[in-house]
Design a protein around this ligand. Structure first.
Ligand code: GDP
Length: 361
């Protein structure tokens, strides 16, 4: 399954956040390199629709979609040259499908900052520079073969040109993800190179409570990484939240004036940047959110439930979540109102689809 690698300088709150994500109490230590082994955490994708459906179809069983996070060892200046845990770090990050960069914005004199002072923009620069340098090494290493392939007619001049433009972008200190989001390069032309900065980025700013309500600060930080998504959370607060039962956690969120936890936001944004979406099934056995890629067709979606469903696909019976809820889950009413759609092989799945597949065995 697709994974999101959590990266950042040491002591910015990565372990605190990761442990809260997984409710897994691995000790967060106040010194660099506390998180040496990469850890994997599978967290549920928050989805308020599932309990609503479960009540309508009278089932206790809810199966949410999931998002997988990998906690990657802290990066330091020089990582691209093998400093610190550099090589291990780079190998782990290459395996991830998206990058969640945790950046410290909170001030706390008791917690050492590796650069001696808290400066979020500077930290983003430090990390991205290491990734950019590593990508430049990848390109330098690939160029001789690409030039040979061009002479041999195996690739087009356009392909080599795209690699050259990628190099120029990286040399200017910009990530490929950023340039691609602004339409200045097409990631698909670079797919073979597996560049790290071509992965989608999410920035998590670890803030304290007063910063969490400082709209000016948040706007400035968002701006500094846009159009990549930025999330603001207090890792310590999120960690405290996960120690509580659901009702108490909700109350604590409300008291803090928050509509949802930062970790729930992160799971949703992460799922989205991975290019994933869900469709729903609802029956007396279970209510379930199934994970598919954005743009997948009905037979591809059917194949996620069972390969036989894809092979023998006939059609999909689809009702939207809103129509299903409006009809209080009554299929008779849904049919009577003409709200049940029969979709064929070419149908592209839409968010909110509740589906039953018809297939030949
Ligand atoms: P990592 O090295 O990035 O994994 O950082 P850790 O999660 O180990 O955190 C380093 C130290 O900062 C620990 O002592 C944490 O308790 C503390 N810390 C983490 N998040 C916060 C936060 O939001 N506010 C404050 N004040 N301290 C935090």
């Amino acid at each position: 399954s697709l994974t999101i690698g959590i990266v950042g300088l040491p002591n910015v709150g990565k372990s605190t956040m990761f442990n809260a994500l997984t409710r897994n109490n691995v000790l967060a230590e106040n010194y660099p390199f506390a998180t040496i082994e990469p850890n994997t955490g599978v967290v549920p994708l928050p989805d308020d629709r599932l309990p609503v459906l479960a009540e309508l179809v009278h089932t206790e069983k809810i199966v949410p979609a999931t998002v997988t996070f990998v906690d990657i060892a802290g990066i330091v200046k020089g990582a691209s040259q093998g400093e610190g845990l550099g090589n291990k770090f780079l190998a782990n990050i290459r395996e991830a499908d998206a990058i969640c960069e945790v950046v410290r914005a909170f001030d706390d004199d008791d917690i050492v900052h590796v650069n001696g002072h808290v400066d979020p923009a500077d930290d983003v620069d430090t990390i991205n520079t290491e990734l950019i340098l590593a990508d430049l090494q990848t390109i330098e290493g690939a160029l001789p073969k690409l030039e040979k392939d061009l002479r041999g007619g195996k690739i087009t001049a356009g392909h080599l040109d795209a690699v050259g433009r990628a190099r120029t972008i990286l040399e200017s200190g910009e990530t490929i993800d950023h340039a691609a989001a602004e339409g200045r390069i097409d990631k698909t032309e670079l797919a073979d190179l597996h560049l790290m900065t071509a992965k989608p980025f999410i920035y998590v700013f670890n803030v304290d409570d007063s910063q969490l309500t400082d709209d000016g600060l948040k706007a400035r930080l968002s701006e500094s990484v846009a159009p990549a998504p930025a999330i603001f959370l207090n890792a310590q607060f999120e960690s405290d939240l996960t120690d509580l039962d659901e009702a108490d956690a909700r109350e604590m969120l409300q008291d803090a004036g928050l509509a949802e936890s930062g970790l729930d936001q992160l799971a949703r944004v992460g799922f989205d940047v991975l290019g994933l979406q869900t469709f729903l099934t609802a029956g007396p056995k279970e209510v379930r959110a199934w994970q598919i890629h954005q743009g997948w067709t009905a037979p591809q979606a059917a194949g996620v439930i069972h390969t036989d469903f894809e092979k023998g696909f006939i059609k999909a019976e689809v009702v939207s979540y809103d129509d299903f809820v409006a009809a209080k889950g009554s299929m008779a009413a849904i049919k009577e109102q003409g709200r049940l759609r029969l979709e064929g092989r070419d149908y592209v799945m839409q968010p909110g689809d509740i589906v039953e597949f018809r297939f030949n065995v």
